[in-house]
Design a protein around this ligand. Structure first.
Ligand SMILES: NC(=O)c1ccc[n+]([C@@H]2O[C@H](COP(=O)([O-])OP(=O)(O)OC[C@H]3O[C@@H](n4cnc5c(N)ncnc54)[C@H](OP(=O)(O)O)[C@@H]3O)[C@@H](O)[C@H]2O)c1
Length: 488
């Protein structure tokens, strides 16, 4: 049965549909399939009720193509008001009964992806939340497939990551008990660089030891980047992680980034990721039709690009610079100029010279003009943010993606066209160019019609930058000269 046939007239439950990946997943499911219903778990947030947030969500421009191709798509959507961490997900009994009776497929994407989240909150959302979804799913009468979205870095303390379960130092249950005793506990294992990857590893382990025998798979994408083409090219809306680093770089704010240019990147476009995720669901359903599968460990799929199409950080940065010179943002603060190094000493010295000293000078002038100094604070915040992604841009991993490759071979020609996720002949240059365009359009909210003005500003910033370099060399030379005179 084709992927399209598998989803026909079926009901899908998606968590995390208001997030970066979840939006593209929900859009693709609605656009590609004649599903019966899509139930989306949405929580009330920032004073807005779940229903209002869902309405706002589907009014976003990313759903414009869907609006044209499937004008009645809203009739298929069922909003489930709930919070992952609450008991029984905090959903009403009517909604719970509806889900139990109707849902055939569950995509569990919701998570907190804040790297520096407290262990308590990360545990509540990523572990307890996943457990709550598993309990609900195990009561579903007609469940055919469940895919848990993890991350390729869940076991990042290892240098080689295969598509298998690995040992964790503590079980999810033990961690929850520890937190009950001491809610302030913030570190259980020194091996994991952050609470995000740690709680994701424990959630995977919880799925392994879950004896509900659900038709379940685990999908592990690496760093998810902007869309390649669907529903539109270079769309993104997450201002965390890599996108945040590139944004700070192209506006000339950040001049020092801890990055090892000789290491491999591992980026996957969000639309490819969604296609792979849908294909994993299709494979899961097919596998579990054979009931013997229920006694086996859930299957893992690493979704990574570095094996089939390698890109180094040095080339990534070259492409970013190249695009920047063609389409610099109008709101650039300074000419693009950045030191990349994996050496702690170089980074610290350069941070002092290229971030702190200029920031202190700006703050001093703000103070003199009676305004609030803010640059040092802004740099401190930005440096902290970059430190949270440091581990992913200064290291590389040897991944295995045999299951994902095998899955690709199982797809029919027709399904491959509609759900393309292979990195065969992937054009990184045009993709990274698109990433910069996407950041310019969706994060910096700049249209390409300001390009002449932006290039003019860019030229001025270039000469200002050169002037500063000459001035700095002059100062260094003068100081050196003064010392020499004193010594003689
Ligand atoms: N982005 C990446 O580079 C990447 C890489 C590998 C794996 N992944 C995985 O992909 C999945 C989606 O990531 P993403 O990038 O789309 O993250 P995201 O943009 O931060 O979205 C997270 C989603 O989870 C929801 N959520 C968080 N806490 C919740 C709670 N307590 N109750 C209900 N919903 C909650 C959020 O809802 P609100 O809108 O209400 O906050 C949002 O819809 C995650 O499982 C992540 O681990 C992401």
């Amino acid at each position: 049965m084709s992927i399209t046939e598998t989803f026909r007239n079926e009901t899908v439950f998606v968590t995390g549909s208001t997030g970066f990946l979840g939006k593209i997943l929900t859009e693709k499911l609605l656009r590609s399939f004649d599903v019966k219903n899509i139930a989306v778990l949405v929580r009330g947030k920032n004073g807005l009720a779940a229903s209002q947030r869902a309405v706002d969500l589907f009014e976003q421009p990313i759903f414009d193509r869907l609006r044209i191709e499937k004008p009645d798509f809203m009739t298929k959507i069922k909003i489930i008001d709930g919070h992952l961490e609450e008991q029984s997900l905090g959903i009403s009994s009517n909604n719970r009964d509806w889900l139990i009776k109707n849902v055939n497929f569950v995509f569990h994407c919701a998570a907190t992806i804040k790297f520096n989240e407290t262990l308590q909150i990360a545990t509540k959302i990523n572990i307890q939340g996943t457990e709550n979804i598993l309990v609900l799913a195990s009561n579903m009468n007609n469940l055919k497939g469940f895919v848990y979205v993890s991350t390729a870095y869940s076991h990042c303390p290892r240098s080689e990551i295969k598509e298998e379960f690995y040992h964790v130092p503590i079980t999810a249950k033990e961690l929850k008990q520890l937190i009950k005793i001491n809610s302030k506990i913030d570190n259980v294992s020194v091996d994991w660089p952050n609470t995000y990857t740690f709680t994701k590893a424990l959630a995977e382990n919880m799925i392994l030891t879950n004896d509900n025998q659900l038709p379940i798979s685990i999908f592990r994408p690496s760093i998810v980047g902007c869309t390649q083409s669907e529903p539109e090219p270079y769309w993104l809306d997450n201002i965390q992680g890599l996108a945040a680093v590139v944004t700070s770089l192209i506006i000339g704010f950040v001049r020092v980034v801890p990055m090892n240019l000789n290491k491999k990147t591992d980026i996957v476009p969000v639309d490819y990721t969604v296609n792979a995720l849908i294909s994993v669901m299709w494979d899961t359903v097919n596998r579990y039709k054979n009931s013997n599968e229920r006694n086996k460990d859930p299957k893992m799929y690493n979704y990574v690009s570095s094996i089939d199409s390698t890109l180094y950080w040095s080339t990534f940065i070259d492409y970013v610079y190249e695009t920047y010179h063609k389409v610099p943002p109008l709101q650039s603060m300074w000419y693009i100029c950045c030191v990349f190094s994996a050496n702690r000493w170089i980074i610290n010295i350069m941070k002092f010279l290229l971030h702190r000293v200029p920031a202190a000078l700006v703050d001093l002038s703000l103070f003199i003009y009676g305004e609030n100094p803010k640059m040092l604070k802004m740099y401190s915040r930005k440096e902290k943010m970059i430190d949270t992604v440091k581990v992913f841009i200064t290291n590389e991993w040897k991944f295995d993606n045999s299951n994902t490759r095998e899955l690709w071979t199982l797809l029919s020609q027709e399904d491959r066209k509609r759900f393309w996720f292979s990195f065969e002949n992937f054009d990184w240059k045009s993709y990274i160019q698109n990433l910069v365009y996407g950041i310019r359009k969706h994060i910096l909210l700049e249209d390409l019609n300001n390009i002449t003005e932006a290039l003019l500003k860019h030229r001025k910033l270039f000469w200002l930058h050169q002037l500063c370099i000459c001035f700095s060399i002059y100062i260094i030379f003068q100081v050196y000269w003064m010392f020499m005179v004193l010594l003689i």
